[in-house]
Structures are given as C-alpha cells and as structure tokens.
Design a protein around this ligand. Structure first.
Ligand SMILES: Cc1cc2nc3c(=O)[nH]c(=O)nc-3n(C[C@H](O)[C@H](O)[C@H](O)COP(=O)(O)O)c2cc1C
Length: 380
C-alpha cells in the first residue's frame, strides 16, 4: 500500500475508503471549480525569502490566540457532517486536535452534538461554529448549549446565505436530506469498509445519522424530507444580527468568510474579536477572490484592532507559512484533517496534523526563522 507522506496521499486513501458521493462532497468546489483552482494558484505563486546562517537551534510555533495558548497556529476548521467520515468522527477530530495542542471548531451541522463531543474529548479546546437559524430563540438555545460545554469562542459563518450550486452532489444523489437512489446505494455497496465501519455502526446505535444539533421537535433523519423552516439558514443575516450576537455571546466572537476590507472594518467596529479571511475552501461562490489576494489589505486596515485568521486551499506546511507571512494570526484546515480521519481514523487525523507541523518546521529552518514573526513578507 502507498505510504502516506503528503496531503495527496491521504486524499487518495480517503477516496478509496469513502463512497464517491461523500468524497466529492468533501473534495470538490462549486460550479466550474474556478475558485478552487484560484486558491491553489494564489498560494503557489507566493515565494518566501530565506535568511541564511541564522544559526537557530530550534523553531517555536507556540502562539497566544484570543486568550488561548496554541502549540501551533492552526485550528481544525468547522466541517459539516465530519461524523460521516468516521464513526463518531467529530469526537475523533477533537481528540486528535487536542493531542496536537490546537482548537477544533464544531460545526452547527455536525453529526454528533457538542455535548457528546465534550464527553468524548474532555481536554479539547472546542470552538463552536454557528449557522444562524431563522428562529433566533432556537439559535440562542444552541449557543447556550455550546457555552455549557465550555466553548469560549464562537465562529459565525457569514458567507453562506443560500445553498451553493454543487452539481456533482445532485448527480451523486448526495444531499441533505439524503434520499437513497439506485446510484447512491451502489456507491455505498462498493465501499464495504465504510458501510460496516461507519454507516452500520450508526444504524445499529442511534439510527440514520442526522444533523445532531437540530432540536428534537424539528430533527429529521437525513433520509426524511425538509428540515423545518425554523432551522433553515437565514439568508437575511446582516450586521444587526452580529450586534445581537455580540451582546449575547460573552466569549470571543469571530466572523468567518470575510474578504472585503469594508466588511473587516465593520466587524472591528462592532467589537468582533477576529475574522476568518476565507473563500470557504472554494465551495460556495465560484468567482470569489482568493484569501491570499485579500489578506494584506485587510491586515493593514484592521490588523491592529482584531485578529485576522485565514483558511482555504492549504495542502502543505508552506501554505500555512504563506498565510502567516501575509499577516494571519492562525490558519484553519478544512479538508486535510478529514482526509486523515478517512485514511486512519483518529490516529490518521492526528498524523495529518503532525505532518503539516513537520512540514512547517522544516520550511522554517530553511527560511532561517525561529518563530512565526521572523518570517519575511512574501514575494509575488
Ligand atoms: C466537507 C466540508 C464541510 C464544511 N462545512 C462547513 C460548515 O459547516 N461551516 C463552515 O463555516 N464552514 C464549513 N466548511 C468550510 C471550512 O470551514 C473551511 O472554510 C474550508 O474547508 C477551508 O478550505 P480547505 O478545505 O481547503 O482547508 C466546510 C468545508 C468542507 C470541506
């Protein structure tokens, strides 16, 4: 079997393990996947200038971020339905992140609830990602639950007002609610390790996996139609909602999906603690600029007022260093930990994270930097 030495190896292993519909859902972008290619191109074209003969004994990635200490400036990004990648996948991700010394952000649309994840990963630093539901009282109730589980950092996703146009999901019959078709049934049958190791384990315990946080009275198994109106994502979300959330949430508040300087400034004015400069991994809108193109102007405009994080397109440790050199305080990883989880469960997720850290460390040695602040501004 092929050794797992880089992100692509993990991705290939995940492709073998997961049904095609699930693999594509994680791997691909939106529409013609222009944004996805642009992400890669924007990172590939950045170069970092080394300082030679700096004589540092070792590198340190120890980072203070939003009142927390991170061993490395990385965060496991919120990913919906990560629990379909491995049985109890979200808890496994949380434990893997905890062992590496970084936070994990739980999605509103996780399979496993934040309470169960907390029980399974008592030492993990859990952040909570919010998709604001139309019913604000239910939304507030969800935040209460997250807080009661020790989540101190709330990530409000601002870049997903409607469902993205992902044609491959429709062709594969992969959707929420999941409606089995001949094609999807054959797909699952052709991946017996996933069928037995993931789906069957859910079916034998709690039944067909669902969005775990959706309230009991609205919760529908994902094979059943329509999630109730009250818990639909609210496409009318606006800055007044951020004002409301700022009052409601006593912990750190992060707005995810910012690309425009003006929006970053508004987030700072409203007292947000951080933003994530993100193109949602190229999964939402196909004509978006890449975060690497937007970061420098945003950092210059608001860097002194709030923390600027970044994500999208990271496949190597050097990609992380590029975002950091552009001014990001930390970088979120979406698909990479999922590939690790698919390839080797909890140990695989941890291994992928450690691989990225090792790549970062070696690149820092080549660059002659002792810590992240020693990175020189990127050349283009
Ligand atoms: C399968 C999958 C599910 C995702 N679900 C969410 C989500 O529920 N909420 C959210 O804010 N972002 C979600 N994202 C976006 C990630 O948080 C992150 O912005 C993106 O994956 C970063 O790009 P990368 O995958 O290239 O690292 C998802 C991404 C993937 C791949």
């Amino acid at each position: 079997m092929r050794m797992l030495l880089n992100a692509d190896d993990y991705r290939s292993r995940a492709r073998k393990f997961l049904p095609r519909g699930l693999f594509d859902y994680i791997d691909r972008g939106t529409e013609d996947e222009v944004a996805l290619r642009r992400l890669r191109a924007s990172l590939d074209e950045i170069t970092l200038m080394p300082s030679v003969l700096t004589g540092h004994d070792r590198r340190s990635f120890d980072t203070a971020l939003l009142g927390q200490r991170l061993a490395v400036p990385l965060v496991v990004a919120p990913t919906a339905l990560a629990g379909l990648v491995a049985h109890d996948g979200e808890t496994k991700l949380a434990r893997a992140a905890s062992r590496v010394g970084i936070p994990v952000c739980i999605s509103t649309q996780s399979v496993t609830t934040v309470e169960t994840i907390r029980r399974g990963a008592p030492d993990a630093t859990l952040w909570f990602q919010l998709y604001v539901w139309r019913d604000r009282a239910l939304t507030a109730g969800l935040l209460e639950r997250a807080r009661a589980c020790g989540c101190e950092t709330l990530v409000v996703t601002a870049d997903t007002p409607v469902s993205p146009n992902r044609e491959y999901n429709r062709r594969n019959g992969f959707g929420i609610p999941f409606v089995p078709s001949l094609r999807s049934t054959i797909d699952v049958a052709r991946h017996p390790r996933w069928l037995v190791g993931v789906l069957a384990r859910y079916l034998l315990s709690e039944g067909m996996p669902t969005y775990g946080h959706y309230p009991d009275e609205f919760r529908a198994a994902i094979t059943r139609p329509n999630i109730a109106e009250a818990v639909r994502l609210d496409h009318r979300l606006n800055w007044d909602d951020v004002r409301w959330l700022r009052q409601l949430w006593p912990g750190k508040l992060i707005i995810k999906g910012v690309l425009a300087v003006k929006d970053a400034e508004t987030a700072a004015e409203l007292g947000c603690d951080a933003i994530v400069v993100s193109a949602h991994g190229g999964r939402n809108l196909d004509c978006l600029p890449a975060p690497a193109e937007c970061l420098p102007a945003i950092v210059e405009a608001v860097g002194g007022r709030l923390t600027v994080l970044a994500d999208s397109g990271v496949r190597r440790g050097t990609d992380v260093l590029k975002y950091l050199a552009l001014g990001a305080g930390a970088v979120l990883l979406g698909r990479l930990p999922l590939w690790g989880l698919a390839a080797g469960g909890e140990a695989g997720a941890e291994a992928v994270l450690r691989m990225i850290v090792a790549e970062m460390d070696a690149a820092m040695a080549f660059l002659g930097a002792e810590c992240v602040s020693g990175l020189q501004a990127p050349l283009r």
